[in-house]
Design a protein around this ligand. Structure first.
Ligand code: CBY
Length: 434
């Protein structure tokens, strides 16, 4: 064959070898920013009680998308400073990782806090404690793999020390920590893809040295996790559920060499999320903060891009007006629900609560009726209240036990503080293993 004929052929061959979409990102267009307003209002209007970590997620989200609301940002940074100064020892590894990401995003003067308070060293220690706990307790970390992924991500982005070999050992896609029962956790898998992609990039650009096999394994893990994430895609485009979709989108944005263009219709996912926003699905600051970056085409890997965090969305004003609470006629009336606590036996109660009550109101009412059977404890998390014990039986990360919330026998995708109950519903808290 003459050379002149070979050239186009070579070109074609090369073209077919280049991944079809190096970075496939779909995002809300400027004229549609208005549809994100409910998210911003939720983030803005929440009352950030001292020391809770939802302020961290909100700050990270605002920084990533480049929204210039100095008032709100200042308030959030003060909250975070308070946490860093007063109660860092009580903060979990993943919370600290988020603090580092939020403070370190963009050319931000508050970045200094990371170094003034030695936050990277402290994260290295907290990550080490997670690993030690896994070694002592049958592979169960102090927290969970979502947080371990955040740890690796923050250490990787901010040049902390971590062992690539340990990452390769612990993050195999078959690891039980990616699952709750038999259900793959999309949130967890997505965060792991972001972390592993960061590690992969630092290996490729030579920032971190390791042997070839680690790099190969990391690529294999990313591919397998991406497949698992895509297999949780629903007909309407959501991936996992409403609340994991934003994180899944971030993971898919950074891993487009690992799936085919036809495997994911990003636009469909985006449209469904926008519809969910308009239906009020993201009504707590943390869930709003978690979905926003992906909708604006951003991922946690953009944190150290050293941009100034100003974007077209910068001028996008956030209104400070109170949320309009829709009072449906008859909202003062009462409803009655069946509530049960299931351990080995099941304990029932019929509970009457005002219309519009949440799961927690039902639990409190039942507790008033019979403290021995329905007594419970909870703790505040960035997601709102988390039930820690019922009848004196405590959830344990070491044993992978927890109190599962169900309605009509199906697990709920909201916590006790936000799930609004309906008349005649069968609610249950069940002693479960994950
Ligand atoms: N964040 C974390 O550490 C949490 C990680 C996370 C994977 C998280 C979901 C995802 C995320 N984006 O943050 C997670 N849940 C975990 C790890 C867990 C386990 C917690 C124990 C541990 N090992 O750390 C566990 C026990 C399996 C769990 N979640 C339980 C529950 C139920 C809580 C019930 C209770 N006792 O109060 C519940 C209500 C499910 C149920 N039916 O019982 C639950 N989780 C839900 C619904 C959720 C979603 C919350 C959505 C919302 N609208 O509020 C969630 C986003 C999340 C928080 N869990 Co868990 C998952 C989803 O639906 N997409 C890091 C930290 C710094 O913020």
């Amino acid at each position: 064959m003459k050379q002149s004929h070979q050239l186009p052929l070579m070109g074609l061959l090369l073209f077919s070898l280049i991944p079809s979409q190096l970075c496939e990102i779909c995002e809300v267009s400027e004229e549609n920013y208005i549809r994100l307003k409910p998210l911003l209002n939720t983030m803005n209007q929440s009352k950030y009680t001292r020391g809770t970590s939802s302020s961290v997620n909100v700050l990270l989200s605002l920084q990533l998308v480049g929204i210039q609301n100095q008032n709100l940002k200042q308030k959030l940074i003060q909250q975070i400073e308070y946490i860093v100064k007063r109660r860092l020892s009580q903060v979990s590894s993943g919370e600290l990782a988020l603090i580092i990401l939020a403070l370190g995003a963009c050319r931000n003067p508050d970045k200094n806090l990371i170094y003034d308070y030695h936050l990277i060293d402290k994260l290295e220690n907290k990550f080490q404690a997670e690993i030690e706990n896994m070694e002592a307790h049958n592979g169960n970390p102090l927290t969970n793999y979502y947080q371990l992924s955040l740890d690796v991500l923050a250490l990787c982005l901010f040049n902390g020390n971590y062992s690539t070999t340990k990452v390769v050992n612990y993050f195999t896609p078959e690891n039980k920590n990616y699952y709750f029962g038999s259900q793959f956790s999309v949130d967890t898998g997505a965060m792991a893809v972001l972390a592993l992609t960061c590690v992969k990039r630092s290996l490729i650009n030579g920032q971190v040295k390791t042997d070839e096999s680690n790099l190969k394994n990391i690529s294999i893990y990313i591919k397998s996790l991406v497949e698992k994430i895509l297999s949780e895609k629903k007909e309407n485009g959501l991936i996992g559920n409403t609340f994991s979709t934003g994180e899944a989108m971030q993971a898919l944005f950074v891993s487009s060499d690992y799936y085919h263009e036809n495997d994911w219709n990003c636009q469909q996912t985006l449209n469904t999320v926008l519809t969910e926003i308009s239906q009020g699905a993201f009504s707590t600051p943390n869930v709003a903060a978690q979905v926003l970056p992906a909708l604006m085409g951003k991922t946690f890997l953009d944190v150290n891009k050293d941009s100034s965090c100003v974007s077209a969305a910068g001028n996008f004003s956030i209104s400070t007006q109170e949320p309009i609470t829709v009072t449906t006629p008859g909202s003062q009336s009462s409803i009655s629900v069946n509530y049960s606590v299931r351990i080995n036996e099941t304990y029932f109660a019929n509970v009457t609560v005002p219309n519009g009550s949440v799961f927690l109101d039902v639990m409190e009412k039942a507790q008033e009726m019979n403290d021995t059977i329905f007594g419970f404890t909870m703790e505040e998390s960035s997601w709102g209240p988390y039930i820690t014990s019922v009848q004196g039986l405590w959830a344990s990360n070491n044993d992978r036990t927890y109190w599962e919330l169900l309605s009509g026998g199906k697990p709920l995708s909201q916590g006790v503080g936000s799930y609004v109950v309906h008349d005649g519903e069968n609610l249950e808290v069940r002693w479960s293993k994950y």
